[in-house]
Design a protein around this ligand. Structure first.
Ligand code: SF4
Ligand code: ZN
Length: 459
């Protein structure tokens, strides 16, 4: 923790976990209630940057209404001899971390989805300009990443400027993701890891491969590689592949070893392409959640920005508690939207043939990556909103998941070994009041259309 003479707040890691709740916020910048928000890092020639410059385009904090919500853009421009284009995304991801070092400022999420708040108390103590935030970020970035020789920040709150900045940023994110899409896991010798989120989720380790972008959606394999090269002591590091233990699930001995070490023994096995048994851990900044729907033996997906409840009656936030925190949650997986475009997307679970529900906006965004024969079969909130209608609808559209139900009698008689060693469900799923905190734990259970079949002893 450090008091900087000219700044009206302290800066330090101890503020990282600080959350600013609604009643305590002075203003909200970005967030789910406004349409346009983005953060972007761009590398420039040294001559294009005035080192330490912080600009605000549009109303500054002191010109905003208390309790107001504003469209918001953060542009960070950097230069340095060792700064290459591939580093932009990882430097951009650090904005989240460093903003949260600032007392009285909260930053959540990434890219087009940022959600920031300035606290009332901080405003009262003199945090009346975004320039203070910029100055703090300049200081933190230069102290932590000496490869940055020059840096400047522009905060955008003017409405039409944010709209323009947002669309420009989206194009740049798309180009980064498209580049990574050209590579396959087999083409590379190493994968990369990221532990930036361990400050929030201490056992969380991200593995980034060409076919599996990080769950925050902000770090591709190229980004993580560039970062681990220039900042070997930083949060990104190479992961030797080791042996390929299971091609379909995406299990590698190298990933298991590194994850075990970096999670302090907590996580021993990771499947890159499954939500069951040993799914990848999830911290808190995933763009979407894939969730098992036991009633139809299918998988639904809910993105962070979906307002309302998913088809299982749970909102994103309710399932985020289940999926997140750095643990492995059988049947829940935090993932990036871009991962749905991966040729290996949940391939161990059946890929798109197992996806039964996805909000229309996300479906439209990834439509090109959905196999043509599945496009009308993956249902959205416009087709069905609850579990009881879901089953009928799936039969109606002849969703391939329906074929799985026919295997049921065989299993009901206990002739086949049952899957799902341990499964945890939030109490809401069985009708308990929301927020009851009760978890239903099923052992050796496999859940079918509308009943639970428990494996009997000795079978
Ligand atoms: Fe790094 Fe993963 Fe966190 Fe993204 S979600 S910042 S890749 S640890
Ligand atoms: Zn995270």
């Amino acid at each position: 923790m450090e008091a900087v003479a000219e700044l009206p707040f302290e800066i330090g890691m101890i503020y990282e976990g600080e959350r600013i709740r609604g009643p305590d916020m002075y203003v909200e910048l970005g967030g789910p209630k406004v349409k346009y928000k983005a953060e972007l890092t761009q590398s420039r020639e040294a001559s294009e940057i005035e080192d330490g410059l912080v600009s605000v385009i549009g109303p500054d904090l002191s010109e905003m209404d208390e309790g107001g919500r504003y469209n918001f853009g953060i542009l960070m421009e950097v230069a340095g001899e060792k700064i290459e284009k591939d580093l932009e995304a990882v430097l951009e991801r650090r904005i989240h971390e460093f903003c949260n070092y600032v007392e009285g400022f909260m930053h959540l999420n990434q890219r087009y989805d940022i959600w920031c708040r300035v606290g009332k108390k901080a405003y009262g103590k003199g945090f009346t300009s975004l320039k203070f935030l910029g100055k703090a970020l300049v200081k933190l970035f230069k102290a932590e990443l000496p490869i940055i020789e020059k840096i400047q920040f522009t905060f955008i709150t003017d409405e039409s400027e944010v709209v323009e900045f947002h669309s420009r940023s989206i194009e740049i994110y798309k180009a980064r993701d498209a580049r990574a899409r050209e590579l396959k896991d087999e083409d590379v010798d190493e994968f990369y890891g990221c532990v930036l989120c361990q400050s929030f989720a201490p056992t969380h380790v991200c593995t980034v491969t060409p076919t599996r972008i990080a769950l925050c959606g902000a770090i591709t394999w190229f980004d993580a590689r560039a970062a681990s090269r220039v900042d070997p002591k930083g949060p990104n590091f190479p992961i030797p592949k080791g042996d390929l233990l299971d091609e379909v699930r995406g299990e590698y001995s190298g990933i298991n070893d590194v994850t075990k070490e970096k999670s302090l023994g907590e996580v021993e096995r990771v499947y890159l392409h499954s939500i069951f048994e040993h799914p990848h851990t999830s911290c808190g900044c995933f763009e979407s959640i894939a969730f098992y729907i036991p009633e139809v033996d299918g998988i639904g997906i809910v993105p962070r920005d979906f307002q309302g409840e998913a088809v299982n009656g749970l909102a994103f936030s309710a399932m985020a508690t289940q999926a997140g925190g750095g643990k492995q949650s059988h049947g829940f997986l935090g993932m990036a939207i871009e991962y749905m475009r991966s040729p290996k997307f949940l391939q161990a679970d059946g890929g798109w043939e197992r996806i039964v529900w996805l909000p229309s906006q996300t479906k439209d965004a990834v439509l090109d990556s959905i196999p043509e024969e599945m496009r009308d079969k993956v249902l959205t909130e416009n087709d069905v909103n609850n579990i009881s209608d879901l089953k009928d609808k799936l039969i109606e559209v002849e969703h391939p998941v329906v074929n799985r139900w026919e295997e049921e009698p065989e299993e009901a008689e206990g002739e086949r070994d049952l899957e799902a060693p341990v499964m945890e469900l939030p109490g809401e799923m069985v009708g308990l009041p929301a927020g009851s905190g009760v978890r239903i734990i099923l052992e050796n259970a496999r859940i079918h259309a509308d009943r639970v079949i428990l494996k009997k002893e000795g079978k």
